[in-house]
Design a binder for this molecule. Structure first.
Ligand code: BMX
Ligand code: ZN
Length: 297
């Protein structure tokens, strides 16, 4: 029986779990907040405290991380999402901490792989897109049943496609990216300027659930922008299924709102929309199962 120490590094939290690779079940799981500091040393200390107690029970480490992962190095496409941390030797650092063989891919790519495996136990999706609407907006593509990681690790970074050419400047250096308009961070910023007090995305969402119509409008503009993105990618890639995940994507009714906007579109723009099966564990389980198979090393 092989045990994987799976790590999911997001803009808001870092989760670590021991995963039984035979059954793909989580044995033990811990979570900390992502340090909001530009300093690699602080990031590394946080990883050490989370991973050290779990490492002795594991055979290898599989990391799903926000950012572009290329040859084990994490580069933030949008450094604003990672407390300003821009470039980090992720695999070397975790290998040093745990003394275990370590492998890494992007968080949304990992989650896409897990969701694809889950779907295909009772379905036959060929082309699937996973979207996480969370601190940022990430994506993972499975085309012709193959996970696309890209030669430079970039594949699936759909959060940085433009939905409003006159929109706000994104941390990646492009103007009007969907991440700047529809992510949890963007929802929080829209609430902050509308209500004239500091709001998180979660605050705004909660208000929408309590019936505040301004908050609900913010959530609807996010869902409608995501529906446009889904329609664009469906007509480009012939998607069968789009899986929605992330803290905003899995919030009550959000997926229904997306479905509502998709229903208004002509037939060819309407893939099947489903919620992520693994919930917030998709990144952990996806990285574990992707790297557990020798050929993916
Ligand atoms: C950003 C980008 C993606 C990531 C996505 C979701 C960075 C640091 N991250 O678009 O790599 O997949 O956010 O990340 O540039 P999350 O932190 O919201 O899970
Ligand atoms: Zn961008």
């Amino acid at each position: 029986m092989s045990i994987c120490l799976a790590v999911d590094i997001g803009g808001t939290k870092i989760a670590a779990a021991l995963v039984d690779c035979t059954t793909n079940h989580i044995i033990e799981r811990h979570q900390i907040a992502t340090p909001q500091s530009q300093q690699p040393a602080i990031f590394s200390t946080a990883l050490t405290s989370l991973l050290m107690p779990l490492a002795p029970q594991a055979d290898f480490v599989a990391v799903a991380s926000t950012g572009i992962i290329n040859h084990g190095i994490l580069t933030a496409l949008n450094p604003d999402n990672l407390g300003g941390l821009n470039r980090f030797e992720l695999v070397d650092d975790i290998q040093r901490i745990t003394q275990l063989p370590t492998h890494a891919i992007n968080d949304a790519q990992a989650a896409a792989w897990y969701e694809f495996i889950s779907l295909n136990s009772n379905n036959s999706a060929t082309n699937m897109l996973f979207i996480t609407i969370s601190t940022g907006i990430g994506g993972g593509l499975v085309l012709n049943r193959q996970l696309q990681t890209g030669t430079r690790g970039i594949s699936g970074h759909i959060g940085h496609t433009v939905v409003d050419m006159n929109g706000p400047m994104c941390g990646c250096g492009r103007q009007g990216c969907i991440e700047k308009i529809a992510s949890g961070t963007a929802i929080g910023m829209a609430g902050t300027s509308l209500f004239n007090r500091v709001c998180s995305g979660q605050d705004v969402y909660q208000q929408s659930l309590e019936g505040d119509s301004d908050a609900l409008n913010i959530i609807h503009s996010s869902a409608s922008a995501v529906a446009e993105l889904i329609a664009n990618l469906t007509i480009t890639l012939d998607l069968d299924v789009v899986v929605i995940g992330g803290s905003v994507g899995l919030a009550p009714h959000y997926c229904d709102y997306i479905q509502q906007y998709i229903n208004e579109k002509p037939e060819y723009y309407r893939p099947c929309i489903v919620s992520a099966q693994a919930g917030s564990n998709a990144g952990l389980l996806g990285a574990a199962s992707w790297f557990a198979s020798q050929e993916n090393y």
